[in-house]
Design a binder for this molecule. Structure first.
Ligand code: ZN
Length: 237
């Protein structure tokens, strides 16, 4: 699954290519197609054409005027305004059609951008306490999230024991999971590469993919997007 593309076409293409090389078919998208990057329309189209399931994130809602942007920082708000000014009708109506939550019955998986507890309040799962609370707000075996741009795998055993893993974990019968797929288009965990997650053969793995950051930065510069948003891409911070 992939999350938080944020209008970064180069990162998204690199990740889709990596997924294709691994012959993985079902791609799930966990929200924030737009915001920050210079190619929102291209990213919406690529996601629409390549993903099996797509849900909305807070930046997608912001573009649609469905969420209050007063708690966004100045740069994020400037990016929302710029994105709104270039969004095409087709992209907008597609974003409008997206749900906030999706349940995959057969796979026993819940998809939500922020938290299963309050999907529309855009809180974060950053601590063990946040995770503990949220494990009581979904029934499925696995909850897939994005939003914080920090990938992680949190395991919860039937005895209440919780373990956070950074790279990979076995999907075990007696455990439940909250998996954050990290961010494709704007990494914030110190590694500037694009991030996504794979669940295959009862195993979950977080994957990093290199992409052409300088092209992305040049496009953002040409679009007049805020400099701190451009510079942070090479730091992954
Ligand atoms: Zn995001």
């Amino acid at each position: 699954m992939i999350s938080d593309v944020h209008g970064n076409e180069e990162a998204l293409r690199a990740v889709l290519q990596d997924i294709k090389l691994r012959k993985i078919k079902d791609i799930l998208f966990l929200g924030d197609a737009v915001g920050y990057g210079a190619n929102p329309n291209e990213c919406v189209k690529l996601l629409k054409n390549n993903c099996e399931e797509i849900i909305a994130g807070n930046h997608d809602y912001a573009i649609l005027g469905l969420t209050d942007v007063s708690n966004f920082n100045d740069y994020a708000r400037a990016a929302v305004e710029w994105t709104s000014s270039v969004m095409g009708k087709t992209s907008l109506s597609f974003l409008k059609s997206l749900p906030l939550v999706k349940i995959l019955e057969k796979e026993d998986i819940l998809l939500v951008h922020s938290t299963p507890k309050e999907p529309g309040n855009w809180n974060y799962i950053l601590s063990r306490w946040d995770a503990e609370v949220n494990f009581h707000h979904f029934e499925q075996k696995i909850c897939l999230i994005g939003h914080s741009h920090q990938s992680s795998i949190i395991e919860y055993s039937i005895h209440g024991e919780m373990i956070t893993r950074r790279h990979t974990a076995r999907i075990e019968e007696t455990k439940r999971y909250i998996i954050n797929a990290g961010s494709v288009g704007q990494s914030r965990d110190g590694d500037p590469r694009a991030c996504y997650a794979i669940i295959k053969d009862e195993k979950v793995e977080l994957i990093r993919v290199k992409y052409d950051i300088s092209t992305t930065q040049k496009k953002m510069l040409d679009a007049g997007l805020p400099l701190p948003l451009i510079e942070r891409l090479e730091r992954g911070a």
